[in-house]
Design a protein around this ligand. Structure first.
Ligand code: NAD
Length: 498
């Protein structure tokens, strides 16, 4: 029995656009549903509806907006298991991992429950004689979010709670691979009391994205996905006069120094490399082993990676699910094969793994490659699969230079017991998010999330205080009331010392 996912426009499921796309369970390779594909007309309908709804929403008191966000937070808590099951079915990640994703996404709702404090302006009395000045931030209007398959709930949650709490309407274009979570979130917003039209969902692929990037009614675009598409989104949307933040791909390195706790590092790196089958923008696909730590580290990684249980995400006891598509599975296998052919040592090799009863699923087992060199595609490309490449270097300086030579700069981590080494790494590494004995340093929602270099195009990071600035624009009001203290009238350019 299959299902169909339609757009969510003006408060309910809405058909329209081109022929629907299949939705596939990656654990079986079988089609489980279809998803609508928006064209320019559907996008226009969603943006117009959002613009209608945005004006009264922006005029709604902060107290009322906060109340809606509080209710939404409670509804997301109540529906966490339902969301997690929907995510696991279409993405393949384990239920426990999906529950974690929903929890990290919900943190942004926690943050916006304090939006009245987070969006406060400033006031200066008597800036000049009888003159007061205050600043405020106002919503942009209709803003769009375009999101990737790997976090179908959390990444959109980085965007829409802040955009909506600050008085905007939000049009979401989620990944076509796992679309159902977005419609469930739309239903929860409706139950929370959000007026219809303030949160819209249009489904589809590049055609829907390009229609949003070029639509005159869209004021800003938040994008998260791969670097080539992030570049396209940034260029096209800025050319069309929009504010843009486009978060791209990653190839995060973790440096392990000889003074690190090797067991702790191996445990953390195993989770960071193989959690969600490596399909996380904050996964750690590269371990940089410095000097003599390489031998014990590789041995500990081998033991831990070999013990992981691979299977369908909704089955108890599974540590790691399938890749998202057959193509993604083949890409990982090809990178491993090329690296082994070029001299890398497959310490753990997941290429031949078959999960009994799920022979058509897109599974690859955890794979650890030792003696990887920087000219191998398994090192240079964003593999986005269950592959941990160990690169051996001699010194801390070599390791830092290697990390900083990467074109990506999302996250970076160091494992050490030296405060001085950790401090130097945190200051000198060219990445936006740094972990010290923490492999996946995804910031909590009241800080902001973002990378450097080819991992982010635009000025603002996602969620937290940077998102409040991204989704609002500044205004400064200078006031003088007749009858209050007043300097003598003059035709000269007004001076504040008058
Ligand atoms: P993707 O770039 O293929 O797709 C992202 C979104 O763009 C989807 O909604 C998709 O429909 C749309 N899209 C795809 N091709 C397009 C095109 N040619 N023109 C216009 N729109 C297009 O990414 P994905 O495979 O869904 O997700 C994985 C990627 O996302 C990885 O590179 C990962 O590192 C990255 N990612 C980055 C972050 C971060 O915070 N930097 C977070 C999560 C994922």
């Amino acid at each position: 029995m299959t299902y169909s996912v339609e757009h969510w426009i003006d408060g309910g499921p809405t058909p329209g656009g081109g022929p629907p796309n299949p939705v596939v369970d990656p654990a079986t390779g079988a089609q489980v549903g279809t998803v609508a594909t928006a064209d320019a007309a559907v996008v226009d309908q969603a943006v117009r509806g959002a613009a209608e709804a945005q004006r009264p929403w922006a005029a709604t008191s902060l107290a009322r907006r906060t109340e809606v966000m509080f209710r939404m937070r409670e509804l997301v808590v109540q529906h966490t298991d339902e969301l997690a099951r929907v995510i696991s079915r279409e993405h393949g990640k384990t239920i426990a991992d999906a529950v974690g994703e929903v929890g990290r996404g919900r943190e942004t709702l926690d943050f916006v429950c304090g939006i009245s404090a987070a969006s406060k302006g400033e006031f200066t009395a008597d800036a000049s004689t009888g003159v007061d000045v205050h600043s405020l931030r106002q919503p942009l209007g209709v803003v769009a979010g375009i999101t990737p398959f790997n976090f179908p709930a959390m990444v959109p949650f980085w965007m829409h709670p802040v955009a909506i709490a600050t008085g905007n309407a939000f049009v979401l274009k989620p990944s076509e691979r796992d679309p159902s979570a977005s419609n469930l979130v739309a239903r929860l917003y409706q139950q929370a009391g959000l007026p219809d039209g303030v949160f819209q969902v249009v489904h589809g692929g590049a055609e829907a994205v390009d229609a949003l990037l070029t639509h005159a009614g869209v004021a800003a675009v938040s994008f998260v996905g791969s670097t080539p598409v992030a570049r396209h989104v940034h260029r096209t949307a800025t050319e069309h006069g929009k504010r843009v933040q486009a978060l791209g791909g990653a190839n995060n390195h973790a440096v392990v120094l000889p003074d690190a706790d090797v067991e702790h590092a191996a445990k953390q790196l195993t989770a960071a490399a193989f959690g969600s089958a490596g399909e996380r923008c904050m996964a750690v696909p590269v371990a940089v082993a410095v000097g003599p730590v390489a031998e014990p580290l590789v041995a500990a990684l081998k033991a831990r990676a070999s013990a992981l249980v691979v299977g369908p995400g909704d089955t108890a006891g599974t540590d790691m699910g399938p890749l998202i598509t057959a193509g993604a599975r083949q890409r990982v296998i090809d990178h491993v094969t090329a690296a082994v052919g070029a001299g890398a040592d497959a310490v753990v090799d997941g290429r031949e793994l078959v999960v009994a009863g799920h022979e058509q699923g897109y599974f690859v087992g955890p794979t650890v490659l030792d003696h990887v060199t920087t000219d191998m595609s398994a090192y240079c490309d964003e593999v986005f699969g269950p592959l941990l490449a160990v690169v051996r270097v001699e010194t801390f300086d070599d390791a830092l230079a290697l990390v900083n030579a990467s074109p990506f700069g999302n996250g970076a981590a160091i494992f050490t017991s030296s405060g001085a080494a950790a401090r130097r790494f945190a200051h000198e590494v060219t990445a936006g998010m740094v972990g010290v004995n923490v492999p996946i340093p995804v910031p909590v929602a009241y800080y902001s999330f973002g990378g450097w270099k080819d991992s982010l195009f635009g000025d603002h990071h996602a969620h937290g205080p940077e998102a409040v600035r991204f989704y609002t624009r500044a205004k400064v009001v200078t006031t003088r009331w007749p009858g209050s203290a007043e300097a003598a009238a003059s035709l000269s350019f007004p001076s504040t010392t008058g």
